[in-house]
Each structure stands twice: as C-alpha cells, then as structure tokens.
Design a protein around this ligand. Structure first.
Ligand code: SF4
Length: 477
C-alpha cells in the first residue's frame, strides 16, 4: 500500500514531517522517503526500511532536511519521492495507489513522445515516474494531475512539492483518504489522522474524490473540486487503517467494535471467552465480547518489541515466518477451553490454518471463528496491497473451484449469504481450517457497522460491485 504526509509552515516543519511520515509505517515495509524544498533548492533522503523502522533510518537526516515545507512517504513498492525537472519546473512527487494500465500508458508515451523511463530492478517502470510523465503532459500542474487521474485504471493519490507549496490530490474515486490538518503556523496533509493528536494538529477536512488542493503556510486552495462518485475503500476500516485514525469522520477502532458487535448479534456462540488475532482482529473481538457479554482474553500475544509493524511483507516465505514468530500462544488460557476469535478477514487461509493447528496443539477444545468481513471473492484491482496479487489463491475462490471445478462460473451466488452455494463455500473453508464453527460477517452488517451508505464505499472484493464515474470536467475549481 503505502501512505504519505506533507507539511507547509511559516517556520521549520521537519519535526512534523518526520513524525507525520512515521505514523504511516503500518502501511508499507520497503522504502521511506522525505523531500523538502528551501530557497536554495530541493533536498531528499530515501532509505530501505525492510529491516529497520523509518525513524531509525532518518534520525541522522534531520539537520540536513530542515525546511518550511516538505513531503514524505512510506512505500511498499518503489523508491520515492522522485525529484523531477520538467517544463513545469522542479518538483518532488510521492504517490500511493496502483496504475493497472501502466504498460499501456508507457507504450503510448514512448510512441507519441520522445521520452524515456528508468527501469526498476524487476524490469517494471517505477509508477511514480510514470505518474510524473503523465503530469508533465499538462500545461500546468493542475492540468497534469487531472490528466493523470483521468487516464489511469486503478487509483493514484499524490503529493507534489514545488517551491511555492504542495499540491495534494486524492484519487478520482476517493479510494484512499487524503486529509487536511492545521495548527498554529503549520498546515499538514495526511492519509492517517493518527498522525494528528500528538503533533498538535486539528482535523480540518477530508479531500473529496479527485479533488486537488494547493497547500501553503496560509492554508489550502482548491484547484479542482471533488467529483460525484465516492468509493472509499471499506477495507480501510476492516483491516489496514490504524485504530486511532478516522476517515470521513469515522474512527477505525469504533467501526471495528461495531463490526464485532454485529457478528455477535448475527452469529452467537456458546464459548468460554472471545479473542482477536492481533492487530486488527482485536478491535473486532472486543466488540463481539462486549455485545455477547463474554470475557475478552488474549490466548496469544504479539511479540511487539521486534514484530512491531502489522503490515506484512509481500514475500510469502517471510510472511509465513513473521506470522508464526510474532504470535506467542499462552497455554494457561488455551488448554481445555472453547473459545471464539475474530479476525479482520480470511485471505488465503494458509497462515490461519497453521495458527489454528497450534491452538489445538496447545489443548484448545473448540475453536470458533468470526471474520469481520464477508468472504473475499474478487481480488482488489484498485489498490496495491497483498490481497490483490492472485485472485485464484483466495480461500473463497479455492473453495468455489473445489465445488464447481475449473470451468468459470457465475460468482454472484457466492456473495449472497442466503444462497446454498454460499453455505457450501463457507463449509468448505471451515473444514479446511479445521474450525468448530465459521460464520462470516454479512455485507449489509459490515456496511451498517462502518456507518456510511453502501454506494459511497468500495465493496468490490466482496460483491464485485463497481461504480464508474462520468468524466470530470476541468477546470472545476
Ligand atoms: S476492492 Fe476491496 S480492497 Fe480494493 S478498494 Fe475495493 S474494498 Fe478496498
């Protein structure tokens, strides 16, 4: 995934920038980067954060990066920020999202214009470099950013730092949040509002879908007004958002508690206690326990001193190792007990199967599971995070294949919790995971727990629903 933070002030903002970016560390595991601009030019630092946290890598950079405006990013893919010199002037760019039609856009750019792209080591094009090339098609930054937003399939939210200020743009469908904050003399722009309280920022507002603002120490100026279709990713609240963050005014931990409560009402169970798999399952589990009036216990705890980050590496072997090493079971709470645990979702189910077997090895009598969201039937094609890598590996798709064979089938019944095919799929997954009971959240309960109308959220990975926006006129500011 990735996440960014920017600040523009009347004085040095490096401390805000440093901690503000750090509060996005749960969103990426590969690169951390910061760019600032001063009257004498741009300065930048990018570090590999695969084996160390952002702060440990950037401590030494602070004196070199003092400035009154800057942007930074935690990235799960490429090196960022990119420093660009173009006909628009000099700028630094960070992006979050995924450009699904990148190959097509690169070929068309190479065909029509005499430009080049620097290749990444895996042979692909750095998506932030591609974004910069598309922005440079415009006669102004606003036009270029709008052209980028309108030509890509997927999503791309960004911060673009110039000598005059910071352009902030939310992706066209608003799938990822971009949020303004303010304190005395400094304006900031973030993807996670958990960056605000300890840095003294007050929440101002969320940018709308496709909106572009230009931010200086004097405040934001809208350069493109929001589009009509809002499809914020509902998975933010279920899984990858930080508990202390709010998007569109809805807090993550609160919505997880509501998700758990909805599960308790719809799928009760006769158990000794309720648990949640750290990190994101905990909020759901607490909500379930409170609603069911059952104790909440921690039959396994996470070893936080060295496995602090919750976002998992893309490499499957490392993911499996991390999953096994970070959760430490407590025999005294497990042996002879029947209990229920909540988890944000079931993706492939391979790590989960291992975790469940370990609980039986430690003497569990019954293990019941309540995932906080419905079965993942469709791979995400809008954001760049791990569930989108291979749709056919999803636990639900595997179960559907076992039921239906290899021939492509109508997947709609598998998103309907009242249908027979859905019940058969749920039972297959239960058997594979060796659970006493498995009952998924219903989509309408999830939507109600988050508290936004369904047509203002993306729910594609559960029901395949996709809303298209008409072209946004420009300029609209
Ligand atoms: S498909 Fe799923 S993960 Fe992707 S944006 Fe939509 S809700 Fe979020």
């Amino acid at each position: 995934m990735g996440g960014f933070f920017g600040a523009a002030g009347k004085q040095d903002v490096i401390a805000d920038l440093y901690y503000g970016v750090d509060y996005h560390s749960h969103l990426g595991t590969k690169r951390g980067g910061v760019a600032v601009v001063r009257p004498d030019g741009f300065a930048r630092a990018i570090h590999n954060i695969e084996n160390a946290q952002f702060r440990t890598k950037f401590d030494a950079e602070i004196p070199r990066l003092r400035a009154d405006k800057g942007i930074g990013v935690i990235s799960d893919t490429d090196d960022q920020p990119m420093l660009i010199k173009s006909h628009l002037g000099e700028y630094a760019l960070v992006t979050v999202g995924v450009i699904k039609n990148a190959d097509e856009l690169v070929s068309s750019a190479l065909r029509n214009r005499k430009i080049h792209f620097a290749e990444m080591s895996q042979g692909g094009i750095n998506p932030t470099e591609l974004a910069a090339a598309l922005i440079d098609q415009g006669d102004t930054f606003e036009e270029g950013i709008a052209a980028l937003q309108d030509s890509i399939e997927g999503s791309c939210s960004l911060l673009l730092l110039t000598k005059g200020g910071i352009y902030a743009a939310r992706d066209r469908y608003g799938r990822t949040p971009v949020i303004l904050g303010r304190k005395d003399g400094v304006w900031s722009i973030t993807q996670e509002t958990c960056a605000f309280p300890n840095l003294g920022f007050e929440y101002v507002r969320d940018l709308g879908p496709g909106e572009i603002v230009f931010l200086t120490a004097d405040g934001p100026e809208t350069r493109r007004t929001p589009g009509p279709v809002d499809q914020i990713c509902a998975f933010l609240w279920v899984y990858y958002g930080y508990p202390a963050s709010s998007y569109e005014g809805i807090n993550v931990e609160w919505s997880r508690n509501c998700c758990g409560a909805a599960l308790a009402r719809r799928h009760p169970a006769d158990v000794d206690f309720v648990a949640g798999i750290p990190d994101s399952g905990v909020g759901h589990g607490i909500g379930y326990a409170a609603e069911a009036r059952l104790p909440f216990r921690r039959p396994f705890v996470k070893y936080t001193p060295t496995w602090a980050r919750s976002f998992m590496p893309q490499n499957q072997d490392i993911r499996d190792l991390v999953a096994r090493m970070k959760l430490v079971p407590i025999r005294e709470l497990i042996q002879g007990r029947k209990f229920l645990f909540c988890e944000d979702s079931i993706v492939r189910g391979t790590q989960l199967k291992d975790t469940i077997q370990r609980l039986y090895d430690f003497g569990a009598r019954e293990i019941h599971m309540r995932p906080a969201c419905p079965p993942l039937v469709y791979g995400c094609k809008f954001l760049n995070f791990s569930i989108s890598r291979s749709e056919m590996d999803l636990a639900a798709r595997r179960a559907i294949r076992e039921i239906e064979g290899e021939t492509p089938v109508d997947l709609a019944p598998y998103s309907d919790p009242t249908s027979e095919p859905y019940a058969a799929m749920e039972e297959r997954i239960r058997q594979r995971l060796n659970l006493t009971t498995l009952k998924y959240q219903h989509l309408n309960d999830l939507v109600e727990a988050i508290g936004r109308p369904k047509n203002t959220m993306c729910t594609y990975c559960w029901d395949g629903a996709e809303v298209k926006s008409p072209p946004l006129p420009f300029p609209r500011g």
